[in-house]
Design a protein around this ligand. Structure first.
Ligand SMILES: *[C@@H]1O[C@H](CO)[C@@H](O)[C@H](O)[C@H]1NC(C)=O
Ligand SMILES: *[C@@H]1O[C@H](CO)[C@@H](O)[C@H](O)[C@H]1NC(C)=O
Ligand SMILES: *[C@@H]1O[C@H](CO)[C@@H](O)[C@H](O)[C@H]1NC(C)=O
Ligand SMILES: *[C@@H]1O[C@H](CO)[C@@H](O)[C@H](O)[C@H]1NC(C)=O
Ligand SMILES: *[C@@H]1O[C@H](CO)[C@@H](O)[C@H](O)[C@H]1NC(C)=O
Ligand SMILES: *[C@@H]1O[C@H](CO)[C@@H](O)[C@H](O)[C@H]1NC(C)=O
Ligand SMILES: *[C@@H]1O[C@H](CO)[C@@H](O)[C@H](O)[C@H]1NC(C)=O
Ligand SMILES: *[C@@H]1O[C@H](CO)[C@@H](O)[C@H](O)[C@H]1NC(C)=O
Ligand SMILES: *[C@@H]1O[C@H](CO)[C@@H](O)[C@H](O)[C@H]1NC(C)=O
Ligand SMILES: *[C@@H]1O[C@H](CO)[C@@H](O)[C@H](O)[C@H]1NC(C)=O
Ligand SMILES: *[C@@H]1O[C@H](CO)[C@@H](O)[C@H](O)[C@H]1NC(C)=O
Ligand SMILES: CC(=O)N[C@H]1CO[C@H](CO)[C@@H](O)[C@@H]1O
Length: 769
């Protein structure tokens, strides 16, 4: 199953002082779990007081430094601190990263010590006891906004002095580092409004703190050493324990517990859905608790530690995948969060910036008058297109939504806009229709939907590099535009909105042009000889082996990742076909053949021993993409779990369109087309698709322990010609790391492994491939 384990099974140092750390009046913990991921141990907690993730470099890591991250979804705030071995600190300077020293500092979390806490100045947060096995010094420390922490970690060490903390108080046994929010409404509240990192030496610990204040004039940080006696390691009575505490003034968000999130299992039924529901609502499943940690009454958050805040795309894709297992309350929390954040035009919000970083963004925009009012960004071009398909699936396909539309749509928005949800949706529909209409009148590249002017990003491949520097993304144009229109058409036809002025048939006609024309504009054809020579060049350049190229080959055709401004394709084989499979109506046989071809072993296709890579530049005439999209790139030849989820759920959905119902492996309920697709009658073709589905799942099962994390990379063993999982952070030049838990990766909770047909017996949980 999953790497996640309970605290109790970790062999961590017990420390006699721990008993003193009990907090009187501690609220009952509703969620507590541990996840090991990459080079990190992740501890999660939510109770009546707070919600937090603590990340500590694992004891196994060979890095000399130890990193502590605490992230609190309330305000998206927390703290980042590096601990360096004292001896190595001279050459490490304040780089915080990886000092080149053979000394490996040991910092371990005392079992059971991670808990919620309160502090002076009306603050709440979390604390934990850390055992230091030698003298250490504090490296770079950032307190406050998680976004400021990410700027440092992923932004090549970017720091903004506006986020500097101050040394509020210190002595031998206690230090308080205070980050005062940019926006403090009165001088008096400055003591309160902010976040604090405390280091304190608990009773029974032999550790001492040696603090020298920095030079405020030059913003030099203080020097802060943790001194432990030479025998601390061997004598538990002398353990060098320091309690770290991260607290803030923000109000914690009310969470959705597993019972409010997931449908209960009906033990009397033996459908695929009932089978996957096992252990979700009752919280028996670790994964159910992990989803619960990421979901709140007012919004779903995207992943931790880096994205414990609202993201529209993540919310909507996760929702689409998980929806068959979710309660109405949970589904409407996610939908409501998206609708509440629509702008006046009906465009949907990509990311919400809150807390201290919102003050910073507002200042950058010349709007410091807005203080720390949330900043909502609308730069993406895909998010707007994901809402209607989610609504239509909920109201028209699933039993949870069957009788909910009227009440839901009549709700009044309370965040950004006035008016009912129906009125806001009317604007979103018009906005999407207006964007789609020019192409339906004149289907040419320049009428496709382009990244917004001046924006290097626009879809889930969140960078110039990720799109191979193209500006017309494949997923948006081939899958999401028509899917959004078809969903709109279906909702209008069902009379769900009761709008006037929108003609369902006309919307369908616009969709029809996109379905017929858009994907073809991305088609890339590479003749057999050229394909073979490019593949040979690729395996050399990517340090793979020609042995991977054995087997039959032929002409290759596939859909480009994106189109450049002039319409030329970015010839990168990619996984975005999954969007069409899960969201698309009228997916053609030709399209499905491209899916079959993409689901071949890498590097001919996308499938490795440890999952499906999201991009493969092997056939690209532009060989610079081999480096740009390599295994160290965030959107390169790396595996994203949610992309596998889209592909797996999408294939099951398409195959279900032919099935007689008996043979269904789908957990989801999809409205079937009035007419079964023509290819359903071709048994050989259906078998070809099933074979591709089997290859996909074999690949997915190869990294089952990673399934709920965000992204991972591979190592290739030339002796055995096999791929194994590698932590992206260890390769990434920019320090991009994977979130240990990522909301949309949990889509797998609602997808059945087609090989686990034994679910009827209840022995095998199809959830664990
Ligand atoms: C904590 O849980 C116990 C046992 O379930 C219950 O008796 C107690 O009232 C709870 N305390 C709070 C503060 O919720
Ligand atoms: C650390 O190493 C041990 C033994 O090799 C292994 O069982 C454990 O899973 C590793 N932990 C992490 C966080 O990698
Ligand atoms: C620097 O000192 C000034 C007063 O001398 C104080 O207001 C400010 O908070 C200090 N800043 C830092 C980063 O310590
Ligand atoms: C150090 O500071 C803490 C917090 O202000 C205080 O409780 C403690 O008594 C101080 N210790 C010494 C040795 O002064
Ligand atoms: C830490 O440094 C102190 C001197 O500041 C020294 O006495 C002590 O032995 C050092 N501890 C270790 C574990 O080396
Ligand atoms: C934040 O601090 C203020 C005092 O300035 C206090 O009244 C309020 O209760 C605190 N809020 C939280 C959520 O702790
Ligand atoms: C299961 O079936 C039994 C016997 O028919 C019935 O008493 C029980 O209520 C059913 N349970 C559920 C959850 O439907
Ligand atoms: C803080 O925010 C309020 C509005 O919430 C604003 O009036 C005030 O000017 C802001 N202060 C600063 C220093 O930005
Ligand atoms: C809403 O966002 C869209 C997309 O960025 C933008 O074109 C539009 O101008 C925005 N509307 C308002 C009122 O800001
Ligand atoms: C919402 O209505 C209130 C009261 O009529 C008005 O002050 C406010 O500007 C409106 N907000 C928006 C976003 O239209
Ligand atoms: C929906 O939008 C159309 C314009 O696209 C407008 O004519 C109509 O009045 C709107 N209906 C509602 C209920 O807002
Ligand atoms: C105490 C502290 O964090 N000081 C930092 C303030 O910001 C500058 C960069 O702008 C850093 O160099 C300091 O280390």
């Amino acid at each position: 199953m999953r790497l996640a384990r309970a605290f109790g099974t970790l062999s961590l140092l017990a420390y006699p002082g721990a008993a003193f750390a009990q907090i009187v009046g501690e609220p009952n913990t509703t969620l507590a779990f541990h996840v090991a991921s990459g080079e990190n141990d992740n501890y999660f907690l939510r109770d009546g007081r707070t919600s937090a993730q603590l990340v500590l470099t694992s004891a196994n890591s060979t890095s000399a430094a130890r990193r502590l991250v605490v992230a609190l979804p309330a305000g998206n705030s927390g703290a980042l601190a590096y601990f360096l071995p004292k001896d190595a600190s001279a050459d490490a300077g304040s780089s915080g990263g990886n000092p080149t020293s053979s000394t490996t500092l040991g910092v371990t979390l005392v079992e059971g010590s991670f808990k919620s806490t309160t502090a002076d100045y009306f603050n709440v947060g979390v604390q934990a006891d850390l055992v230091f096995d030698q003298n250490a010094t504090l490296g770079v420390t950032i307190i406050g906004a998680v976004r400021a922490m990410r700027d440092y970690v992923e932004g090549g060490g970017t720091m903004h002095s506006i986020f500097n903390y101050t040394l509020a108080a210190y002595n031998e046994t206690s230090v308080r580092m205070h980050r005062q929010w940019i926006n403090t409404t009165s001088p008096d509240s400055s003591r309160y409004r902010g976040a604090d990192l405390y280091l304190t030496v608990p009773a029974g610990s032999s550790a001492r703190l040696a603090v020298t204040p920095g030079d405020n004039g030059t913003w030099t940080p203080p020097t802060m050493d943790i001194i432990v006696p030479a025998n601390a390691d061997s004598d538990p009575g002398q353990a060098g324990v320091v309690t770290v505490k991260v607290v803030t003034n923000e109000t914690s968000l009310p969470g959705l517990d597993t019972q409010r999130l997931f449908l209960p299992q009906n033990a009397n039924e033996t459908t695929a859905l009932q089978s996957v529901l096992q252990g979700l609502s009752d919280g028996e499943s670790d994964a159910a608790k992990q989803v619960s940690f990421l979901t709140y009454e007012d919004k779903f958050t995207a992943g931790g530690w880096r994205f414990l805040t609202y993201f529209g795309r993540d919310s909507l894709i996760a929702l689409r995948l998980l929806m068959p297992t979710l309660t109405s309350e949970a589904i409407e929390s996610a939908l409501g969060a998206v609708i509440e954040r629509a702008n006046d035009t009906g465009a949907l919000c990509h990311e919400e910036t809150i807390g201290d970083y919102a003050s910073f963004v507002n200042m950058q925009n010349g709007r410091s008058d807005l203080g720390n009012a949330p900043f909502y960004d609308y730069k993406m071009i895909d998010t707007d297109l994901l809402l209607l398909p989610a609504l239509s699936h909920y109201f028209l396909d699933l039993p949870q939504g069957a009788a909910r539309a009227e009440q839901f749509l009549a709700q009044n928005a309370a965040t950004l806009q006035n008016g009912t949800y129906a009125e806001i949706l009317n604007r979103t529909i018009s906005y999407n229709l207006a964007r789609a209409t020019p192409f339906s009148r004149s289907p040419q590249v320049s009428n496709l939907i382009r990244l917004r002017p001046g924006e290097p990003v626009g879809n889930w491949r969140d960078s110039n590099e990720g799109l191979g520097f193209g500006v017309y993304p494949f997923d948006v144009n081939s899958a999401l535009v028509p899917a959004s229109l078809r969903a709109t058409q279906a909702l209008l036809e069902a009379g769900v909105f009761g709008f006037t002025g929108l003609d369902a048939g006309a919307v369908g006609d616009v969709a029809g042009v996109w379905e017929a024309q858009a994907a073809g504009m991305f088609e890339v054809r590479v003749a057999q000889e050229i394909a073979e020579s490019r593949l040979r060049n690729f395996v050399r350049a990517a340090n793979l082996s020609e042995a991977l190229l054995q087997g039959p080959s032929g002409n290759m055709s596939f859909y480009a990742l994106s189109l450049k401004e002039d319409g030329t394709p970015v010839e990168v084989l990619n996984s975005d076909l999954g969007f069409n499979l899960l969201y698309g109506a009228n997916v053609s046989r030709g399209f499905l053949q491209h899916v079959v071809d993409a689901l071949q072993p890498y590097p001919k296709g996308l499938l490795t021993d440890i999952g499906m890579v999201v991009a493969n530049p092997a056939y690209d005439a532009n060989t610079t993409n081999i480096d740009i999209l390599d295994r160290a790139a965030y959107h390169g030849t790396v595996v994203w779990s949610f992309q596998q989820g889209l592909m797996a759920a999408g294939l099951a959905r398409q195959l279900d369109f032919c099935a007689d119902g008996q043979n269904s492996t789908s957990v989801d309920t999809n409205s079937t087309p009035t007419q079964a697709p023509e290819w359903c009658a071709d048994a050989d073709f259906v078998q070809t698709l099933r074979d591709a589905q089997e290859r996909l799942w074999t690949s997915i099962r190869g990294a089952k322990d990673q399934l709920y994390s965000e992204v991972w990379s591979y190592s290739f063993d030339n002796a055995t010609n096999t791929f194994s999982v590698t932590d992206l952070a260890a390769l990434s030049p920019s320090g991009t790391e994977s979130d240990a838990i990522q909301l949309w990766s949990y889509g797998f909770l609602a997808i059945a492994d087609p090989d686990s047909r034994e679910w009827h017996t209840g022995d095998v949980n199809p959830r664990s491939p």
